[in-house]
Design a protein around this ligand. Structure first.
Ligand SMILES: [Zn+2]
Length: 438
């Protein structure tokens, strides 16, 4: 009963605030605005129903279901509760990898694999029952990014995307968030598991112009952190950078560099902080140390020879005269999978204008890539070694993280090492046009 009451109150506040924001002078955008409000209202009702079903399920099973479709039937009678009216695809979460295997579901849900279960448990320890468990990302035209359902069946809006935990949204306002985090850190200042609250609180202090409180917090953290530990030093660096103390952050990262010469994430930190200090050339050097592929931009990409998925020989040289995307990907890489529809779109638009794609799978088992390629009708050629990071082509190109989409021009020179999203189409359009006007 208490849960239902909480939900009802939150729902009320949410609806009141949705209408309070409506301008009094209506323009010709009247209809979409009203429609958006209706969508939010309906989506909120869905989340209320899902929240109740999850509570009951959890009470009975002692844990959450793997998928939201597991609720259907006994716990959730109406499967339409799993569809947000603003979801134009009629049942697709924001991230393809989280697609429910049984029913069309518009919502992102956290429990489907052990990695997310661990993350949820970790965040639950840090923040409590306020953490989001189901999220809707289909109301993109609003002033919020996600509509969230918390573990305690509360519903709230946040501007954070998936897997970013926003205390001001979760605790119902920035002042409440500050007060809560201050208490948590006072109670257990040296509990490593909640160390991420230090930079979270610094950000809230900066946003509420209470920079004077930051010094105390930074000093408190210095007294409990492990100065040999890379993660703790990064946390300290985050805090210093947020308040513009870049020189001190630089010292922290330089200290780490002396300890461990080969950690590329230290190079990445050094690159960024040197950029902020306007040391552009030094920053460039560290960017290349972080990602050696960068050094190839504008230069010829070395050729490779391999065997494709169908057993035929394939080399980069075969593609001379075409603009080609070398897409290093894996089924386990969510951002890689999320990008596939965009690559497909660009491929369909420009394949007759001289654009092609070669996929290089970094999956650890051949069947994982094969099943995905077949199920999703991916039309371009693939190199699937089943050797993960030891795939010969990825080793040859020094690929250390994915997604790594390398876009190569007609003469075999690297155009971009990060051709994704809207950039991909823009860069491909430019590259094929350059050729046709030559
Ligand atoms: Zn929605």
């Amino acid at each position: 009963m208490k849960v239902i009451l909480t939900v009802a109150i939150v729902l009320n506040i949410l609806l009141v605030s949705a209408y309070a924001d409506t301008p009094t002078e209506r323009s010709n955008e009247d209809f979409p605005t009203k429609q958006n409000e209706k969508n939010i209202e309906r989506c909120t009702q869905n989340l209320v129903a899902i929240g109740k079903a999850l509570q009951t399920y959890r009470k009975e099973h002692g844990k959450l279901p793997l998928w939201l479709s597991d609720l259907h039937g006994k716990y959730l009678a109406d499967e339409n509760n799993l569809l947000c009216p603003a979801d134009e695809n009629g049942g697709k979460p924001s991230y393809a990898r989280r697609t429910d295997p049984e029913l069309p579901v518009s919502y992102d849900y956290t429990q489907f694999d052990s990695g997310y279960q661990e993350l949820t448990a970790e965040k639950h320890y840090i923040y409590g029952d306020v953490i989001p468990i189901v999220r809707c990302g289909h109301h993109a035209n609003e002033d919020f990014t996600c509509l969230n359902l918390s573990l305690s069946a509360n519903i709230y809006r946040s501007t954070a995307a998936w897997a970013i935990y926003e205390p001001e949204a979760m605790y119902g306002g920035i002042e409440k968030a500050i007060a809560t985090l201050e208490i948590k850190l006072q109670d257990a200042p040296d509990d490593k598991r909640i160390f991420e609250l230090y930079p979270a609180l610094v950000r809230l202090y900066v946003e509420t112009e209470q920079e004077q409180k930051v010094d105390v917090l930074v000093n408190n953290f210095k007294s409990v952190m492990d100065s040999e530990h890379i993660k703790d030093n990064f946390t300290l660096g985050d805090m210093l950078e947020m308040v513009g103390r870049h020189r001190e952050a630089l010292q922290v990262y330089e200290g780490l560099e002396k300890q461990d010469l080969n950690n590329r994430y230290i190079f990445q930190r050094l690159a960024k902080v040197h950029e902020k200090l306007d040391n552009i050339e030094i920053a460039k050097g560290y960017h290349i140390k972080f990602d050696p592929v960068l050094a190839l931009i504008g230069k010829s990409v070395p050729d490779f020879s391999a065997t494709d998925f169908d057993g035929k020989p394939i080399s980069l040289r075969d593609y001379r005269g075409k603009v080609v995307l070398l897409d290093f990907w894996a089924v386990w890489c969510s951002p890689c999978i999320d990008e596939i529809p965009n690559i497909k779109k660009v491929y369909d638009t420009y394949k007759n204008a001289g654009f092609d794609v070669i996929g290089i799978s970094l999956d650890h088992h051949k069947y994982e890539a094969r099943d995905y390629i077949k199920a999703n009708n991916i039309p371009w050629r693939q190199i699937v070694s089943g050797k993960g990071w030891d795939s010969p082509v990825s080793r040859q190109y020094n690929i250390r993280s994915i997604p790594a989409p390398l876009l190569i021009d007609q003469e075999g020179r690297l155009i971009s090492h990060n051709a994704r999203g809207a950039d991909l189409e823009r860069l491909v359009a430019e590259a094929v046009r350059d050729k046709s006007t030559d």
